[in-house]
Design a protein around this ligand. Structure first.
Ligand code: GLU
Length: 292
């Protein structure tokens, strides 16, 4: 299969140097492999996504010299595909509706329990299991917040073969190669993740997995901040019978104080550098990707 990767920004703010780095690394890996670089717009959070930001993403990436096939995949148009994936997991008895608020969860995990510190996973506090039923729920797939029963999901996914993903870059602690996914760690440190969020009908984890498969992505290139989410993605691929891409996590671009650039960090927006008269070559130099 020929190489295919993607850059998948959320149109909720301006692109900054960290995004430019991620998009350039992905595009260059596609170029070296003689493959394809795609753009995907991750706009499932319609309360925050704006067409103006999407237009800006297109403009900034084009200015940087990148090109990709059009029209692009836009997650807000993919809800039936996400619903079908949820239906599949529901039919396997791996999902359950959850009515807890953030506050309920915070209160439940802060209740004194033998001095144990509440665990934090890739999505924040590990869910204490308040709404988890003893038996898989039956009936039609509800239009509700849905969580994955992690224990049951792992049991199902690992019946014949252990779970792992393949890292072609480096995790935050230099992790590379085949990365085994330990069941105990997933239960204790990740927990029952939300796969359908309030008012969204999907979640980042579910959409990204369904779409990487639909787009035939062979290698996911993204920042090390998403390294800890990758075991969840590998698990969902196994459960949904989807191919597992390679993962290439790259270093993060940090500001002068060593803090990761957030989207809110408008001072580093590509747009502002452009307005100041910087060239694409200047940007590449700033992110350590200047061609010799
Ligand atoms: N949409 C995600 C973000 O903007 C990236 C998703 C991914 O690369 O897996 O952080």
């Amino acid at each position: 299969m020929s190489y295919r990767t993607r850059f998948a920004p959320s149109p909720t703010g301006p692109l900054h140097l960290g995004h430019a780095f991620s998009a350039m690394v992905a595009a260059r890996r596609a170029e070296v492999a003689g493959g394809q670089f795609l753009l995907r717009i991750e706009d499932i959070d319609q309360s925050r996504a704006r067409p103006a930001w999407e237009a800006q993403i297109d403009e900034d990436l084009t200015w940087l010299g990148l090109d990709w096939p059009r029209p692009v995949m836009r997650q807000s148009q993919r809800l039936p595909a996400y619903r079908a994936a949820l239906q599949q997991l529901w039919d396997m008895g791996l999902l359950y509706p959850c009515a807890c608020t953030r506050r309920d969860i915070a209160e439940a995990v802060s209740a004194p329990q033998e001095g144990a510190e509440p665990a934090h996973g890739p999505d924040g506090l590990v869910y204490p299991g308040t709404c988890r039923p003893a038996l898989p729920p039956t009936g039609p797939l509800p239009d509700a917040v849905l969580r994955l029963d992690m224990d049951r999901a792992l049991e199902r996914a690992c019946r014949h073969e252990g779970l792992y993903f393949t890292e072609t870059g480096k995790g935050p602690h230099g992790e590379s190669g085949a990365r085994p996914i330990a069941r105990r760690r997933m239960i204790d440190k990740v927990g029952d993740v939300v796969l359908a969020r309030q008012g969204m009908g999907t979640s980042y984890h579910l959409s990204v997995v369904v779409d990487d498969a639909a787009q035939g992505i062979t290698e996911v290139v993204r920042g090390q901040d998403l390294f800890d989410a990758t075991p969840i993605h590998a698990l969902l691929q196994r459960l949904l019978g989807l191919p597992a891409p390679l993962y290439h996590h790259h270093r993060l671009i940090r500001d002068d104080e060593g803090k990761r650039l957030a989207k809110r960090d408008d001072a580093r927006a590509i747009r502002l550098y452009r307005d100041e008269g910087k060239t694409p070559a200047d940007i590449l130099k700033m992110i350590g990707l200047a061609r010799r």
